[in-house]
Design a protein around this ligand. Structure first.
Ligand code: GLC
Length: 580
């Protein structure tokens, strides 16, 4: 561990956390951007087939502009059999015909740019789908062939190769190996080699030791950059390089990682050679294309390696997402992450929800202390046990969001959180599509509950989504629809719009100062330009600290504030923004 970044100083009152000054140049737009994640199949369905599509995104440009985001990140829209919601890619340089055409993509980029919004595409380099031309060729070829060398094909253990080559489990349940029936070579027609898939069996892992694989992803980065994409989100960025030397090392759990780069499967030091190569490609463009790593690496100093300027530039920071709604936890994470980001020259990122986790309005409405196992049990009970307090969940979600949107760095938002959507925990079993549900023998429900198509209108088929949605929407979506909230003071949508508009003024230098002591009833920080954020994580109402002019409170995560007088007290589980 590098001592320079492992000893982040404890925050003290009035201590400014210095980070590199925001370079306001166009090429640095991403350092403090508000990025809105679109899950294309669930956003808007223009052709009425029940699957969201790219023309659907284009048709909602007015909504995105009014929301006030800086960029959209689109989850995969590539041809896919949807074994894993599009993260099983058949062809990296095309559009799923159900979602549109390359021309539709170009039209979407043009409309997005015309609205002053950047476009980030999702790259899935760890695995292709089993329908990718390379994998089809690998199956048709014999063991030892160049076609097989693009993936990880191994002979099995046991007398007749009947056992998987190692004990590695897959992320979605079951083993990470599947045996094939050979179609070429001396064993044609018989069970033969095994291939590696850290996710579903339809997602064979690519062999990143193969120069052809490396070169092909450069081609993909250029392909989308040439079409105007401004940046990339890199799926499972920490898994590409693996120790495949024989005998394969044991790793019975994927959850436990070491922090020294020697794990068999994840976060190995050599992976950064790949991203240095990507940086060279991304820097061929003006402005250079940006990139953000999805790397569930629990050690900040390791995660930041992905974010170095010679690498991808940013990495998702899931620490707040995994933290309880609690002042000390939030403050400690912010202090540590900003200090470590400063040490590495990266800008910090923050996120509460995405397409892989239970929506934060639901998480915060569950009893305190509910952990991942508790969340899974809750989903399995159809959202009934334990009971969620939806008002509290949404109140705390909004307070957390206001706290986060005021922080230095980039904020990643997930479609529907601006509508205050909860997890749809009671999806009927017959509608579930997440491979986790199938690969665990229906023991883990998976992520469909945060992927239900968005409600745009309070009435009508699909609540204005388009055709009959591919996942059923609950009746309560009506009151959460965009049209039901637009223009309604105090609605979650108007709260997000107000916060994102103010954020443009607030986000200048990449630093903050804590004005409250750790453990104080109110958590208070300011930004270099004088903007202040005051959060009450507790349930008791608190008096406004002396020295704060109530008339300067311009945003509340709770009920809107009356601008003429301003509030003199801070309600429980509420965040205020204070203008300079
Ligand atoms: C990432 C994606 C997730 C997907 C997985 C495999 O974690 O966010 O949705 O299932 O990678 O591609």
């Amino acid at each position: 561990m590098d001592p320079a970044i492992s000893t982040a100083p404890e925050a003290t009152t009035q201590t400014a956390i210095q980070s590199p000054t925001l370079q306001s140049s166009e090429s640095q737009w991403w350092r403090q951007a508000a990025v809105y994640q679109i899950y294309p199949r669930s956003f808007a369905d223009a052709n009425g087939d029940g699957l969201g599509d790219l023309p659907g995104v284009t048709s909602r440009m007015g909504y995105l502009t009014e929301l006030g985001i800086d960029a959209v990140w689109l989850s995969p829209f590539y041809p896919s059999a949807l074994a894993d919601g599009g993260y099983d890619v058949d062809d990296y340089r095309n559009v799923d015909p159900r979602l549109g055409t390359l021309e539709d993509f170009d039209a979407m980029v043009t409309a997005t740019h015309a609205s002053g919004i950047k476009v980030i595409a999702d790259v899935v380099p760890n695995h292709s789908s089993n329908r990718h031309a390379w994998f089809t060729a690998a199956l048709a070829a014999a063991p030892g062939s160049p076609e097989r060398a693009r993936y990880h094909f191994f002979d099995g253990l046991g007398e007749n190769g009947e056992l998987p080559p190692s004990d590695w489990p897959s992320h979605f349940g079951g083993p990470a190996w599947t045996r094939v029936i050979e179609s070429a070579g001396p064993n044609a027609g018989a069970p033969g080699q095994w291939y590696l898939h850290l996710f579903a069996s339809e997602q064979p892992d690519l062999n990143w030791d193969n120069p052809e694989v490396r070169e092909d992803f450069h081609t993909t980065l250029r392909f989308w950059s040439d079409r105007g994409v401004d940046g990339f989100r890199i799926d499972v960025a920490h898994a590409l390089v693996k120790d495949m030397s024989l005998p394969l090392r044991s790793k019975p759990s994927l959850e436990i990682l070491v922090d020294d780069g020697t794990d068999v499967l994840f976060d190995r030091d050599e992976v950064h050679e790949i991203y240095a190569g990507w940086r060279s490609v991304l820097n061929e463009y003006d402005p250079p294309r940006t990139a953000v790593a999805e790397a569930w690496v629990p050690f900040t100093h390791r995660r930041l390696r992905y974010a170095q300027p010679t690498g991808l530039g940013q990495a998702f920071n899931f620490d707040l997402l995994q933290a309880p709604f609690e002042a000390t936890a939030f403050r400690d994470i912010v202090t540590r992450c900003l200090a470590e980001a400063q040490a590495s020259g990266a800008s910090s990122t923050w996120v509460f929800s995405n397409h892989d986790v239970v929506r934060h309005a639901s998480r915060y409405g569950l009893p305190d202390g509910t952990d991942q196992a508790g969340l899974e049990a809750w989903l399995l009970s159809g959202g009934s046990t334990p009971a969620v307090d939806p008002e509290r969940g949404l109140r705390r979600a909004r307070a957390a969001t206001a706290f986060m949107l005021g922080l230095p760095g980039s904020a990643y938002l997930y479609q529907g959180e601006e509508l205050g959507l909860f997890e749809v925990a009671d999806l009927p079993a017959g509608s579930l599509q997440d491979p986790t549900w199938f690969r665990t023998g229906n023991k883990v429900k998976g992520r469909d509950g945060c992927r239900v198509p968005l409600p745009w209108d309070p009435t009508g088929a699909g609540f204005g989504f388009g055709g009959a949605p591919w996942l059923p929407q609950p009746a309560w979506f009506a009151e959460h629809s965009a049209a039901a909230q637009a223009g309604v003071p105090g609605s979650t949508l108007e709260f997000y719009r107000a916060a994102l508009a103010l954020r443009r003024t607030l986000q200048t230098g990449e630093s903050l100062s804590w004005l409250s002591e750790p453990g104080a009833a109110l958590t208070h920080y300011t930004r270099p330009n004088g903007w202040g954020v005051l959060a009450n994580f507790g349930t008791e109402v608190q008096e406004l600290p002396a020295g704060i002019d109530p008339a300067k409170i311009v945003l509340s995560s709770g009920a809107p504030v009356a601008q003429s007088t301003g509030p003199t007290r801070v309600p429980g589980e509420t965040t205020f923004w204070i203008a300079p």
